[in-house]
Design a protein around this ligand. Structure first.
Ligand SMILES: Nc1ncnc2c1ncn2[C@@H]1O[C@H](COP(=O)(O)OP(=O)(O)OP(=O)(O)O)[C@@H](O)[C@H]1O
Length: 304
């Protein structure tokens, strides 16, 4: 995406009013085709796809604890891949290792064919691998628009631009105008543009998640890592979030999603990776995961 500089919002649906009143009660759109059932979970095209993200032999030790123990997987382009596992399985640590928040004890992370292991988070984000961040407490006292203008550290923002290119005043202004345009485009895409002047602290759980995703999308990444995107989100807004994720996926974006809600993962991801005790227990389709005895035993405690 970043290579072609194609905006994710350019082919935005032509119904700008959909959900534009939006609070949690908005958007009555029929999402039955988007949500899917297990039978119509989007399936990968025949044949192997390009995998922009490749993780190999990833390991992280914290003192005597091995949080991630030799994890290898790849994430194929244009797919929704779920990363699940019981508490303490190593999911967050894996996310943090991929996005440069933590340095691995061993193993490699490759992105678009390049070894990005050990790079700083902003370097990784600028290559097109972005993640969502919870809105920090200090950002709650800022408006949605201010949150967007202050994109997450390391993502496109005034300070970063200034640091990478010496600019004349005119070009700074130009860049700022471009950034503002992009911000409005993304806010509009997520149907939270009407909340631009609202304090982030006043947003509902679901609206926050939309803002988190909007912030992550500012750099127009190729791959987005979503950390529990549905936690604390009511069912109506959950549908909207899913709709946006599926729409972005159809445009070629790739997602890796850590989520505790099994049904959401099973019904929406074409591939599910199950972690347990720092290792990958199973990697397969939702059906394969559901039918796996070891997953049922280790992760679901005997219940599907
Ligand atoms: N900074 C740290 N220092 C020490 N141990 C840690 C640290 N971070 C994680 N751990 C340990 O590593 C293991 C994996 O934790 P991690 O948070 O990655 O799991 P998780 O699958 O994301 O769990 P949850 O679903 O509860 O968020 C746990 O045993 C955890 O206690």
């Amino acid at each position: 995406m970043s290579e072609t500089d194609e905006s994710p919002t350019e082919s935005k649906p032509s119904d700008p009013e959909a959900g534009s009143d939006a609070d949690d009660a908005a958007s009555g759109a029929d999402l039955s085709g988007v949500m899917g059932t297990e039978a119509d979970v989007p399936s990968a095209d025949d044949g192997a796809r390009y995998a922009p993200l490749e993780v190999e032999g990833l390991r992280k030790e914290f003192g005597g604890i091995t949080a991630v123990d030799g994890v290898s997987f790849d994430v194929e382009e244009g797919t929704l891949t779920g990363l699940i596992g019981p508490n303490g399985a190593g999911k967050s640590t894996t996310f943090n290792l991929i996005t440069g928040m933590l340095d691995p004890t061993a193993g490699t992370v490759r992105f678009n064919g390049e070894d990005i292991t050990g790079l700083q988070p902003h370097e990784i984000a600028n290559r097109g691998l972005a993640r969502t961040f919870q809105i920090a407490r200090e950002l709650e006292e800022m408006t949605v628009l201010e949150n967007m203008m202050l994109a997450p550290k390391g993502q496109v923002g005034e300070s970063l631009w200034r640091s990478i290119m010496p600019m004349t005043r005119g070009s700074v202004r130009e860049q700022e105008t471009e950034q503002l345009e992009r911000v409005w485009e993304v806010l509009d895409f997520f149907e939270i543009d009407h909340l631009a002047q609202e304090y982030a602290g006043n947003l509902s759980g679901g609206q926050r998640k939309l803002l988190e995703m909007a912030r992550a999308l500012l750099t127009d990444p190729d791959v987005l890592l979503l950390d529990e995107p549905f936690a604390g989100v009511n069912p109506t807004l959950e549908k909207r979030l899913l709709e946006h994720i599926h729409e972005l996926r159809e445009r070629g974006y790739t997602f890796l999603i850590v989520e505790h809600d099994m049904d959401l993962i099973m019904n929406n991801c074409e591939r599910v990776i199950v972690m347990h005790q720092g290792r990958i227990l199973k990697d397969g389709t939702p059906t394969e995961i559901k039918e796996s005895e070891e997953v049922i035993e280790a992760y679901l405690g005997g219940e599907v």
